[in-house]
Design a protein around this ligand. Structure first.
Ligand SMILES: *[C@@H]1O[C@H](CO)[C@@H](O)[C@H](O)[C@H]1NC(C)=O
Ligand SMILES: *[C@@H]1O[C@H](CO)[C@@H](O)[C@H](O)[C@H]1NC(C)=O
Ligand SMILES: *[C@@H]1O[C@H](CO)[C@@H](O)[C@H](O)[C@H]1NC(C)=O
Ligand SMILES: *[C@@H]1O[C@H](CO)[C@@H](O)[C@H](O)[C@H]1NC(C)=O
Ligand SMILES: *[C@@H]1O[C@H](CO)[C@@H](O)[C@H](O)[C@H]1NC(C)=O
Length: 655
């Protein structure tokens, strides 16, 4: 990829602000050059067509980008040649063919350059053909699917392809093509399944062939979810070569891919309580998950700081708990988001953390004669009663708390349609909060060990959950690992056939090992590898920085806890990368998630081999992840840089 592409260009406005004087001169020259290019472009548009084109009014408009990119790219100085399975940057003047770095990377070396890498043996050819986007047609051989799922997934695929093109829409017909038709054939066996479950078959087979002058891509899947993954992979076998004839779309002319996920639960957790994150930003997270074949969006929607979710039957929650009136997710928006996610192969699991991590949003009890629903809310000094300010814990002694929770649970099940998995929270209960604020009250003195008060609270809310779910227990209840999931309490309060523990303790803690030894199924979110919020220093005066250091994408990628012990794999339903939002809102959301969540995605989808001696990561992983970054950037994500672009342009030379 050349240096002046869309992303770098979009950022130029921001960068000028922080440039040194010497850079400023260069920026001015660039700006002048840009103006020149725009004028030439504008002029040529006027002379070649009668209608007057609109002038780009902002620097990052699509028009100015493509005009600028075209000007830079007419003069290719470098090209890439495939030598010994990797691409070398060579002078265009002496090369026998000119191809872009992406073309070289796609066709050079073994295996498809897709992310996550397929989990089953797959092949890809070394030739490509150029085509035009309007040549792509869908032939679906499935019974009509609910929501027109396949058609929708196909449109999303077509949009991904469109995003790669750095050309203007009205130039589409001028783009070079070597074929007549590009046919996508999709067959789904069980077309009626449109609800993602842990048992859903997400596998697919994808072949690409050049038959005469037709490209035929065939996707076979058991379910629409597998078909969608197949389309995602197909979109990754397509790329833009900016050096060929002023820019062409290309696809490999042959491929045979078989693929299925290693784990049924591949999650991202996002906290929207510490800082509010808009619905649009959440949709972008879901799009990014779809691009990396992740399938569970665990929405840690509330915490002690704020309660931004509308619960229609308990509107006090968001009225008292939201930061601002416009920092609320309405029930209708949530329902829409659930459909939005489903079409992208993602299910939404909402967590209302209890009994701890609950404060603001629960303060209206006394006004409505329901008593204190939560105790030690915003108590000071906070460090006596909770791990971070502000404190707050539900009041297990107040029967109204269970009434309210049942209504919350009922509304969440209604909004999400999710009756297989339910997350009850259960994180970091502070017994001192209860002791201090409840012990004065007679009934509480019955407990010599307040863990039992916590355990009984849990049993009671599970009963309420059953009521809310039409009288039956959701198949899987997820709870965070805690003192209650440890011996001796776990056996007493957590039914191992029903409760899955989301184990977040560091991988060298005994926590996960003991849970597995005790027969629990787990979802792994090890803090030392998969907490993406760590490493940003202190956010309050007191105490250590939350969880330094930063987990680099390599740390995320090589973490393979199930390799230590064969029992691990059979008890692991999946894994989840967590993003807590104390120091995050949507301004930095993309860069904090990507590319690290993509690295995580490959670990849980195909779990490529990790050399236990070196923990080294091979060159092909760097190349593929860089290519995935490029794709995601083209699709509009602000993905953080992996390394200097020089390393991308000179594969293997930085390792
Ligand atoms: C795919 O996208 C292109 C560019 O936006 C558009 O011209 C074309 O009609 C789309 N194809 C289909 C089948 O929707
Ligand atoms: C993919 O092809 C293999 C081998 O022919 C077959 O066993 C498998 O069932 C196919 N998978 C799907 C999803 O069609
Ligand atoms: C404790 O009991 C007293 C007297 O019954 C009551 O006024 C108070 O609200 C209770 N405190 C809590 C936190 O429930
Ligand atoms: C506490 O003990 C008293 C007396 O034995 C009993 O009436 C009450 O129900 C107990 N409270 C709880 C919460 O178990
Ligand atoms: C968890 O239990 C241990 C003892 O088993 C205790 O020392 C610790 O304080 C407890 N942690 C919390 C948060 O209650």
């Amino acid at each position: 990829m050349l240096p002046f592409e869309t992303e770098a260009y979009k950022m130029s406005y921001v960068r000028i602000k922080i440039m040194k004087a010497s850079d400023l001169r260069r920026a001015l020259v660039l700006l002048l050059l840009l103006c020149g290019v725009l004028m030439v472009y504008f002029f040529s548009q006027q002379t070649s067509r009668l209608n007057i084109p609109h002038l780009p009014d902002t620097l990052d408009s699509v028009d100015s980008q493509s005009a600028y990119a075209a000007a830079v790219k007419t003069d290719a100085r470098w090209t890439w040649a495939c030598t010994k399975d990797h691409c070398e940057k060579v002078s265009a003047a002496t090369a026998d063919r000119i191809q872009s770095l992406t073309t070289c990377n796609m066709l050079c070396g073994n295996g498809p350059k897709v992310w996550p890498v397929p989990s089953l043996p797959s092949k890809i050819g070394t030739q490509s053909v150029a085509f035009q986007i309007q040549q792509i047609q869908l032939e679906s051989f499935s019974k009509k699917t609910t929501f027109g799922y396949v058609e929708h997934a196909f449109n999303a695929f077509n949009n991904s392809v469109a995003s790669y093109m750095q050309k203007r829409d009205d130039d589409l017909a001028q783009i070079r093509s070597e074929i007549d038709n590009f046919i996508v054939k999709i067959t789904v066996v069980f077309a009626h399944i449109v609800k993602l479950r842990l048992s859903t078959d997400e596998s697919y087979n994808l072949t690409v062939n050049l038959n005469g002058k037709n490209i035929v891509a065939t996707i076979q899947a058991k379910t629409v979810f597998g078909a969608r993954h197949g389309l995602e992979t197909l979109s990754q076998l397509i790329w833009w070569d900016e050096l060929d004839s002023g820019g062409t779309l290309k696809i490999v002319s042959s491929a045979a891919i078989q693929d299925k996920p290693l784990m049924p639960y591949r999650g991202i957790m996002l906290d929207t309580s510490r800082n509010f994150i808009s619905l649009n930003a959440i949709k972008r997270v879901i799009n990014g998950m779809a691009a990396n074949k992740l399938n569970v969006f665990h929405w840690h929607v509330s915490d002690s700081q704020s309660f931004p979710l509308e619960i229609p039957s308990v509107p006090q929650m968001h009225r008292y708990g939201a930061y601002q009136n416009d920092m609320v997710y309405s029930a209708r928006e949530v329902t829409e988001l659930v459909d939005y996610a489903r079409l992208r192969g993602v299910r939404i699991v909402i967590e209302i953390d209890t009994p701890a991590h609950a404060g603001n949003g629960w303060t209206w009890g006394p006004q409505e004669n329901l008593g204190e629903l939560a105790v030690c809310v915003n108590a000071q000094p906070w460090f006596m009663f909770c791990g971070e300010p502000p404190c707050g814990q539900l009041n297990p002694e107040n029967p109204q708390v269970y009434e309210v929770l049942e209504r919350i649970y009922r509304d969440i099940i209604k909004m999400t349609g999710e009756d297989e998995i339910f997350h009850i929270g259960g994180d970091e209960v502070n017994l001192d909060c209860w002791e201090q604020y409840l012990f004065k009250n007679l009934t509480s003195t019955n407990y010599t060990d307040l863990h039992n008060l916590w355990g009984e609270f849990t049993l009671k809310i599970l009963n309420r959950l059953d009521q809310a779910n039409g009288g039956k227990r959701p198949t899987h209840i997820i709870a965070w690992s805690s003192n209650l999931s440890r011996r001796p309490y776990n056996m007493k309060y957590f039914d191992k056939d029903n409760i899955i523990i989301q184990s977040w303790g560091a991988s060298d803690w005994s926590e996960t090992r003991e849970l597995i030894a005790d027969g629990y199924k787990v979802i792994l979110s090890h803090v030392n590898a998969w907490y993406l919020d760590c490493g940003f220093g202190r956010w309050r005066e007191r105490g250590e920085a939350a969880c330094d250091p930063y987990r680099s994408w390599q740390t995320v990628y090589i973490h393979q806890p199930w390799s230590y012990d064969p029992l691990y794999k059979s008890h692991t339903l999946g894994a989840e990368a967590c993003l807590w939002s104390e120091q995050l809102d949507e301004l930095s959301l993309d860069a904090r998630l990507w590319p690290r969540a993509a690295a995580f995605a490959e670990r849980v989808w195909s779990d490529p081999k990790v050399d236990p001696d070196t923990y080294g990561i091979t060159e092909s992983v760097y190349t593929r992840l860089t290519m995935q970054r490029d794709r995601m950037m083209a699709r509009g994500f602000g993905v953080e840089a992996l390394w200097p672009r020089w390393c991308t342009q000179n594969p293997g030379m930085c390792l």
